[in-house]
Design a protein around this ligand. Structure first.
Ligand SMILES: NC(=O)c1ccc[n+]([C@@H]2O[C@H](COP(=O)([O-])OP(=O)(O)OC[C@H]3O[C@@H](n4cnc5c(N)ncnc54)[C@H](OP(=O)(O)O)[C@@H]3O)[C@@H](O)[C@H]2O)c1
Length: 262
């Protein structure tokens, strides 16, 4: 098990501390989801990523209660489906009921509704946050121009943009743009679109006596990017969180960055 206190936290707007390594739950459902999330909590994860679209909020809630951990020790993220824009309050009530909690730590708009920023949905998320139903609110899969529309309309930036991120997608311009706007970056699909046999990754892994997957996850943290990886495998659940006994030096980080150019 990894001591959860070793996992760094990023402070989101409203002084909400988010563990920078989270556990992904898509596409697990039913017993598989419940067992994997329970294994993750036992392994030391304290941040679980679900969504209405994943149809596993109920199992995530059961796993959290099975773990016996107090609610405030587990950071729960869920997401509003794009097609549910306009039904925010009703959908959040269903999410909270399924998870068995009276608040979320982070609620995201999963995709831009109809490809638009949807200021009306964003206003609803802010209002529900202000009522205490979510500690922080943000977006996922939003471009910088769409985020700027939300900021211009409401004066409030999303706390987080959860985006597809891995070495092949490294984009310093996007990273800086989100930083300048005060938006924390959370990367999804860190492993499945990465060639874990790439010699750059295997060489760095060998030098640190870790796996290429651990190098990729650690690379996110070196860039200050929160990362969520999914695994149903009990051993990989454990090793994907073992990221704190080594670090990458600037040259190693630059070598992984350069995989984007290939
Ligand atoms: N906001 C969005 O639009 C969005 C989109 C996609 C995903 N997400 C979230 O992000 C999470 C992670 O993304 P993802 O599931 O797409 O991709 P991922 O975590 O990069 O990859 C998961 C795949 O990698 C395998 N894997 C896990 N650990 C491994 C390791 N150490 N070595 C080799 N293979 C490993 C898993 O297999 P095993 O299970 O067999 O280990 C699984 O097939 C999702 O679960 C979801 O919560 C969000």
């Amino acid at each position: 098990m990894t001591d959860p206190r070793e996992v760094p936290r990023v402070t989101l707007a409203g002084s909400v501390a988010m563990p920078m390594v989270g556990f992904g739950t898509w596409p697990m459902r039913g017993h598989k989801a419940r067992e994997a999330v329970l294994n993750a909590l036992r392994a030391g994860y304290r941040h679980v990523d679900t969504a209405t679209m994943y149809a596993n909020e109920d199992e995530v809630g059961h796993a959290w209660r099975d773990s016996g951990l107090p609610r405030q020790e587990v950071f729960l993220t869920s997401k509003l489906r794009a097609r549910d824009a306009g039904r925010e309050r009703e959908v959040l009530s269903g999410t909270l009921l399924a998870l068995g909690t009276d608040y979320l730590d982070l609620w995201l708009v999963h995709w831009p509704p109809r490809g638009k920023s949807s200021v009306s949905a964003w206003r609803e998320l802010l209002a529900l946050r202000d009522e205490g139903l979510a500690r922080a609110v943000g977006v996922s899969n939003y471009s910088l121009p769409l985020i700027d529309e939300l900021i211009e309309a409401t004066g409030e930036a999303p706390a987080v943009n959860q985006i597809h991120w891995n070495p092949r997608r490294y984009d310093p311009g996007l990273l800086n743009g989100l930083r300048q706007r005060g938006v924390a970056v959370e990367g999804y699909s860190p492993l499945k679109d990465t060639n874990l046999d790439d010699p750059v990754l295997t060489e760095i892994a060998w030098a640190h006596a870790v796996t290429p997957a651990q190098v990729v996850l650690r690379w996110h943290l070196e860039h200050g990017v929160a990362v969520i990886a999914k695994s149903a495998d009990p051993k990989r659940i454990v090793t994907n969180l073992r990221l704190f006994g080594f670090s990458l030096d600037p040259e190693e980080v630059a070598r992984v960055d350069a995989l984007a150019a290939r």
